[in-house]
Ligand binder design. Structure first.
Ligand code: MF3
Ligand code: CO
Ligand code: CO
Length: 252
């Protein structure tokens, strides 16, 4: 069941979405060789509280930290730890903030130092794949139109789209209907309606699309251990198209 949001409810989601986006702006200058993902977690945690928010990942279904940090071949749900980032790594930082009971969810892949050619190409394709998906959104289009646009762009660039994880409705609940998959066929799937609020968050792999979950129960990696990159926005469907709710209101 998809819960359509009123204009007032969408306004109420804005603070959570903006703080989540501003957290990514805050963290960017710290993404340097030598920092640990635990340190990134602490910075995100402290900043979120200072902004009057709650980090949604912490204790969500037992997730132990306040942010997901997914390095190189980690697709998503990486758990911050003591490991230091090194020059040439890529890292997705996925921030979800709760304010007044509403969730905002956004992520970005960052370069650690100077990126390798392949990692940079992958990351730029993932960034563009998200925007291409967003551009399709308007009342009357279908979820399959989004998936088709993303998949065909990614595969044209000879990368692959992860199948097992998808975008999702979001509001007072972190993950709600609809499921927004990042592959598919034009005209298939649910019809998009004004008032839907959902994330689009394509995970793009250099190699093949299959993934597996490590024994910690969270960390998702590519089966072939190739690199993976991801970007995510929370969007609201308005009369004339998507409004991105997770745009930052601060400068780096
Ligand atoms: N932020 C992730 C998403 O985009 C979900 C993370 S769940 C967690 O949907 F528990 F790992 F934090
Ligand atoms: Co999400
Ligand atoms: Co997220």
């Amino acid at each position: 069941m998809v819960q359509l949001k009123t204009a007032a409810e969408i306004e109420a989601m804005r603070p959570a979405c903006q703080v989540a986006a501003n957290t990514l702006v805050m963290i960017e200058p710290y993404i340097k060789p030598g920092i640990t993902t635990d340190e990134i977690n602490q910075l995100v945690h402290d900043y979120t509280l200072k902004q009057g928010g709650i980090p949604a990942p912490l204790n969500y279904r037992g997730f132990p930290k306040s942010v997901c940090t997914s390095v190189n071949h980690v697709v998503c749900h990486g758990i911050p730890d003591k490991k230091k980032l090194k020059d040439g790594d890529i890292i997705n930082v996925d921030v979800t903030t709760i304010i007044d009971g509403w969730h905002g969810d956004t992520s970005k892949t960052f370069y650690v130092g100077k990126p390798k050619v392949r990692a940079q190409k992958l990351t730029e394709v993932a960034r563009e794949a998200l925007q291409i998906g967003i551009d399709v959104v308007k009342p009357g289009a279908t979820l399959g139109d989004i998936g088709y646009a993303i998949q065909s762009f990614v595969e044209k660039n000879r990368f692959s789209v992860v199948r097992e994880y998808c975008g999702h409705g979001i509001g007072r609940v972190f993950h709600e209907d609809p499921q927004v998959v990042h592959f598919g066929k034009q005209g298939e799937g649910m019809v998009i309606k004004e008032g839907m609020v959902f994330t689009i968050e394509p995970m793009v792999n250099v190699g093949k699309h299959p993934v597996k979950v490590l024994n910690d129960g969270w960390t998702v990696v590519t089966r072939d251990r190739g690199l993976s990159a991801q970007f995510e926005h929370t969007i609201a469907v308005r009369k004339d198209g998507a409004e991105i709710l997770t745009l930052p209101t601060t400068k780096g």
